[in-house]
Design a protein around this ligand. Sequence first.
Ligand code: TXA
Ligand code: MG
Length: 333
Amino acid sequence: MTTPNMITKAAAILHRGGLVAFPTETVYGLGADAQNEAALRAIFRVKARPQDHPLIVHLASQAHLEAWARDISPAARALAQAFWPGPLTLVLNKQPGVLDLLTAGQPTIGLRIPKHPLAQALLQTFGKAIAAPSANKFTHISPTTAAAVEQELGTAVDLIIDGGNCAIGLESTIVDMSGTTPVILRPGMITAEEIGAVLGHAIFPASSATATRAPGMHHLHYAPNTRTLLQTATDIYAYLRNCSQSNFTQTVSMSIMIHSQDLLTAITREIKLPDHITLLPMPANANDYAHDLYHLLRLQDQRNLDQIIIETVPNDPNWDAIRDRLFKATAAR
Ligand code: TXA
Ligand code: MG
């Protein structure tokens, strides 16, 4: 099917209350008509997502902003102007008519204008807002390819629009602009520093006291099924050294996602690894790492390994979103 035909078909599915998975620049979304209650219920059902987790509503342009949000501050408008279309979600006070299912009954709504050309084409052809969480089962890793959506949701979706790999690979930065103090509810590849530069003052992640507002922040989330651990380069090296001294008699199969070149060099130079241990070199810079992370984790998860080990990443603001997802992927079950 040609792309224009696919988009027309997708819009028709949304109009009749169906579900369409589509690419955005962050991750794939599971889309439904944001004004159709039955369609929204289907999103929760298909994802096995509890209803106290609000959905992000995707808009084609800022012209539609007032239909969904009110009391929009100049600071919120400045962020919209600076980062939309793009990987930013703004939490704003909702208009009275907004369905409770979208907001989990809260007085606020999450809004985003995506940049991906296919997401834009779908929003424009459909002509209305699209509610879309990430197109994965609740707590799983977000999909960054159409194949990953298929694997997560299969035939429960009426149509999957294939837009190849998502350029960013991690979910949008969520900023709560509904109160007097802006707060980052979920770090993303638009960093706190970039947001602060637009606001004219520093902005911080939500404290645990406010974290209940974005449930993605405090549960196990973004997680593989395989036992997954986060370890420092020193620990990984010491562990492998130890195993090599006992000739790797314990066959614990694992994949080790390595970030630092020094660690990779030390291991390959000094230790002869058995077949059940694979090294997976990860990109050195944050953007490339974010782009590859979910895809590579998903591939490792399919190998039926005993465990996945991930080397810790730099303690630098550019890595905030990646560190956040790594902590969640490795949280104790
Ligand atoms: O990049 C993204 O944001 C992707 C693409 C598809 O746009 N979407 C996404 O949606 O990650 P989802 O549902 O997987 O994650 C949305 C997060 C949830 O943790 C939810 O709690 C939070 O946004 N959220 C939505 N509306 C909110 C609100 N009114 N207040 C606080 N948090 C909200
Ligand atoms: Mg999600």
